[in-house]
Design a protein around this ligand. Structure first.
Ligand code: SF4
Ligand code: SF4
Length: 80
């Protein structure tokens, strides 16, 4: 896997957990409406959504679908 040629992106999508209300809209569009299944859910009492950067194709569907603009676009190197 590490040996495979990996696509380089200039930006990442990241879910701001302080704004996210766990509605699952991003998860739905990413898994069933054309995304790459890159939105993952970590259950730790409540739900917690995150984007797997390795799977994400940067299509932006999640960001456009989020009702509270919790999916932010970060230039590579800008975020964690
Ligand atoms: S940008 Fe596209 S592939 Fe990446 S997490 Fe959002 S919907 Fe999924
Ligand atoms: S669509 Fe937005 S508010 Fe809903 S789970 Fe995804 S990031 Fe959170």
């Amino acid at each position: 896997m590490a040996e495979e040629k990996k696509k380089k992106y200039k930006f990442d999508f990241q879910i701001k957990t302080d704004i996210c209300m766990d509605c699952a809209t991003c998860w739905y569009v990413c898994n069933f409406e054309g995304g790459k299944g890159a939105v993952v859910v970590n259950y730790n009492g409540g739900a917690y959504y995150a984007i797997d950067k390795e799977l994400c194709s940067r299509c932006g569907r999640c960001a456009r679908a989020c009702p509270v603009n919790a999916v932010e676009r970060l230039s590579v190197g800008e975020g964690a």
